[in-house]
Design a protein around this ligand. Sequence first.
Ligand SMILES: NC(=O)c1ccc[n+]([C@@H]2O[C@H](COP(=O)([O-])OP(=O)(O)OC[C@H]3O[C@@H](n4cnc5c(N)ncnc54)[C@H](O)[C@@H]3O)[C@@H](O)[C@H]2O)c1
Length: 414
Amino acid sequence: MAIYKVGVVGAGTMGAGIAQVISYSGIPVVLKEVNEEFLQRGVNTIRKIYEGRVAKGRMTPEELEQKMKLITPTTSDDPFKEVDLVIEAVPELMKIKEPVFRKMDEICSPGTILASNTSALSISGLGAITKRPSQVVGLHFFYPAHVMKLVEVIPGLATSDETVEAVTTFAESLRKFPVRVKECPGFLVNRLLMPYLNEAVLCLQEGAAGIEEIDQAMKALGWPMGPFTLTDALGMDICAEAGKVLWQGYGQRMQPAELWSRMLEFKRLGRKGGRGFYDYSSAGPTETGKPDPELQKEVQALQVKTGPSTSSGRTVFSPERLMLLIINEAVLALQEGISSASEIETAVVAGLGYSPSKGGLLHTADAIGIDTLVEGLDKFTQALGFRFHPAYRLRTMRNAGFLGVKSKQGFFTY
Ligand SMILES: NC(=O)c1ccc[n+]([C@@H]2O[C@H](COP(=O)([O-])OP(=O)(O)OC[C@H]3O[C@@H](n4cnc5c(N)ncnc54)[C@H](O)[C@@H]3O)[C@@H](O)[C@H]2O)c1
């Protein structure tokens, strides 16, 4: 099914960016908000993105106006009667999304696909609200939508292959990298990222290492920025909320460090609030934050209370502690059939920017060696707990001699 016209519901942080991306590809888009003021704010956001392109000489002012003409801003539902695809980008609350899905189901033509940009709510659940669950799908863009290449395509239990194919082709036409993800808490990228960020926070909370030390060590391994800089960029509230969703979904092995809620109590929301793990009060929009001695005192006070999480009472930071955890989660996702090995690599490279050489986490696993990985995870399990328990796929591979690069066979062949 071809997508000739799209409707976006919600012109906030994500909706405006998504509408810009669609118009940039030459596809007409209807953009809906709750009132004129918010609508105008969304339209201004889109214009600013285009103006940035004009300023860089990537498009002419005439082209900018042509693209803007493809956008129909509205506060009414009527223009949605003519769209082939609706992308819902309203706040992450079922009580707000539910009426949107009901209304769109009622007024859109029978062939229209209803997609949600939700980060965590159930796609199957959203489908069940409608009379067209086979045409309801997750289409998860990343922030900022006009920059980030990855789009997770998440079918619900009832979503048809035809719907998945249509939105995958559509995402490709936007010059994005769509990756199919089986529905699970956190989908793929947040499921991998959050335990990794949480482990960094645990290291800090336990006094195993400082913020800058951990950030620098991870950057040296091929991450575009350290875990604390990344958390500050994403927002402490967003990360803490995602962490809760994963804890609820996967249980104790994803229990968030206590420091997350303390950071919120300390009103350290990250870059957007002027301070998080770093202090941004005197930093420009693209400048890095400064270390914050006040936070160090707050963390030390927490260390006295919680103590280290090891049975020996000693805790250490090493880059492997974070890397082995996220690699293991990627293998767990693979063995559950959440995505294929190549899709996981695309998601990691395009969604997280982790690409030390060729490929992402699974290529790193092959380079480390599957036997070394299992041994390392077993040691961490003994020292730090069950969250490091190796995925059974890793033991199977080790026992069968699929050791990675050194045996020419691992997650990939060499
Ligand atoms: N912000 C991110 O980094 C990010 C990244 C990926 C996915 N998401 C997801 O995208 C969705 C939107 O998040 P956001 O950050 O853009 O939120 P936001 O609060 O910035 O924007 C939501 C907009 O929806 C509008 N809205 C509410 N009800 C509406 C309705 N009935 N009709 C039309 N507009 C309505 C609000 O006025 C608001 O402007 C959420 O599900 C979120 O989880 C967010």
